[in-house]
Design a protein around this ligand. Structure first.
Ligand code: IFM
Length: 445
């Protein structure tokens, strides 16, 4: 392969999330989150795994920064645990929680690593869930208050803010499919999604006021949809999947409206977004960048018997990761080009991309993960191709810095470029980390 040069200033980073790495779930005044409750509910998380001690990052953050520095990373995307800052969701602020992130940000800056802060990566304070969770409109204003508290404390140093991570997961997966906390099936997911978007819209001006000149964006997870065949029915089903997963969030953010075909579809399921006057303008207020999380595509076959949106997923021949997700880098290229062409969100970042494989420590002490290395390499090539086609992609954050708590899969799925031995908390950079270090240093593939 000829060398693919990335533009000067392209950011090479890694990403994590609070609940997945921090541990210390009851320390220093942290309140309970919906994920603590979900983990404590038998049968919800594989092996009964919990958020403790995860990667014990709450105590080992200095070492983890040193690790990133050693890997030559320019940027680090992490999330703030809302229940550390406001243990009861609103009201009394917990100073120890703010202090933790304050130290983390200073440590990153001292190491020359740019912090990208995600405010919500799914750890809703349990008290807010008890009051109705995301289907309750009040949660959106509580989020704006929380964003204001954090931005006031860190906004002088943090220049990149992400309001929400993957609102599809915190609405549909959490209140309709029930695989994620709070684990509600067939609940008011459309209302949850609307209030998440509203929370984003309300938080943006609060962040801008407290962190003048900072860049504010949102991260969405995308599922590019290909029809299983050329039939009209499969193409319509793929379009439905696109609406359900991608357009449902993109359209209100970038067009100020929900997609009409999906409104009609959801109405048949007795769901509609509880829009109040001014909501859509709040949601669509301009932002500075779009964060793209991409792992795989979906191949869709129409199936009126399937319930819900009326389709099933095909499993084409190909390569699959330990999540049983198809490896399909060209869908990332197409996604980036489509986002740029159809929604013109301005600067884009890959805020997550990566793969789980069942890694083991080899007798020589290393962790040899050629499949992950190849996955990252091929997706970087796809990013490069999209940039050559004019997409303003500004950086790439690999998911994840280190192996961590993979939600309902517990610790059984390893996404890190750094291996974590959970018994000792030893970190071992995998071959993919060494590859990523070379790419970042050369700014080329
Ligand atoms: O681990 C998750 C992350 O929290 C959100 N995006 C997908 C990753 C892999 O499943």
């Amino acid at each position: 392969m000829t060398q693919l040069q990335f533009p000067a200033g392209f950011l090479w980073g890694s990403a994590t999330a609070s609940f997945q790495i921090e541990g210390a779930t009851t320390e220093d005044g942290r309140g309970e989150s919906i994920w603590d409750r979900f983990c404590a509910t038998p049968g919800k998380v594989m092996n009964g795994d919990t958020g403790d001690p995860a990667c014990d990052h709450y105590h080992r953050w200095r070492d983890d920064i040193a690790l990133m520095k050693d890997l030559g990373l320019h940027a680090y995307r992490f999330s703030i645990a809302w229940p550390r800052i406001l243990p009861r969701g609103t009201g009394q602020v917990n100073p120890a929680g703010l202090d933790f992130y304050d130290r983390l940000v200073d440590g990153l800056l001292e190491a020359g690593i740019t912090p990208f802060v995600t405010l919500y990566h799914w750890d809703l304070p349990q008290v807010l869930e008890d009051a109705g969770g995301w289907p309750n409109r009040n949660t959106a204003s509580a989020f704006a208050h929380y964003a204001d508290v954090v931005a006031r404390r860190l906004g002088d140093r943090v220049r990149h803010w992400i309001t929400l991570n993957e609102p599809w997961c915190s609405s549909v997966l959490s209140y309709w499919i029930g695989e994620h906390a709070p684990g509600i099936k067939n609940g008011p997911a459309v209302a949850a999604a609307h209030h998440l978007l509203l929370a984003h819209g309300l938080a943006v001006p609060a962040i801008r006021a407290a962190s003048p000149g900072a860049q504010v964006g949102i991260t969405l997870n995308f599922s590019p949809a290909d029809p299983a065949s050329d039939s009209e029915a499969d193409r319509a089903a793929a379009r439905r999947h696109d609406g359900f997963f991608n357009r449902w969030f993109l359209d209100p953010l970038y067009r100020g409206s929900y997609p009409v075909d999906m409104l009609e579809h959801y109405a048949k399921l007795n769901q509609s977004p509880p829009v109040q006057g001014g909501d859509l303008a709040t949601i669509a207020a301009p932002i500075d960048f779009l964060g793209v999380n991409y792992y795989n595509r979906a191949v869709i076959r129409d199936d009126p018997e399937a319930g819900g949106p009326g389709y099933t997923f095909e499993r084409p021949e190909g390569e699959y990761t330990h999540m049983d997700w198809e490896v399909h880098p060209d869908s990332l290229r197409r996604l980036l080009e489509r986002l740029h062409a159809e929604y013109a969100p301005g600067p884009l970042y890959i805020t997550e991309n990566g793969a789980a494989y069942p890694d083991e420590v080899a007798p020589d002490g290393g962790v040899h993960d050629p499949d992950r290395t190849r996955y990252i390499e091929r997706h970087l090539a796809a990013c490069h191709a999209a940039m050559m086609a004019g997409v303003p992609l500004k950086g790439y954050f690999v998911w994840s810095l280190m192996d961590n708590f993979e939600w309902a899969w517990g610790y059984t799925r390893r996404f890190g470029i750094v291996y974590v031995d959970y018994a000792t908390q030893r970190r071992i950079p995998k071959d993919s980390a060494l590859f990523f270090r070379r790419v970042a240093a050369a700014n080329a593939l």
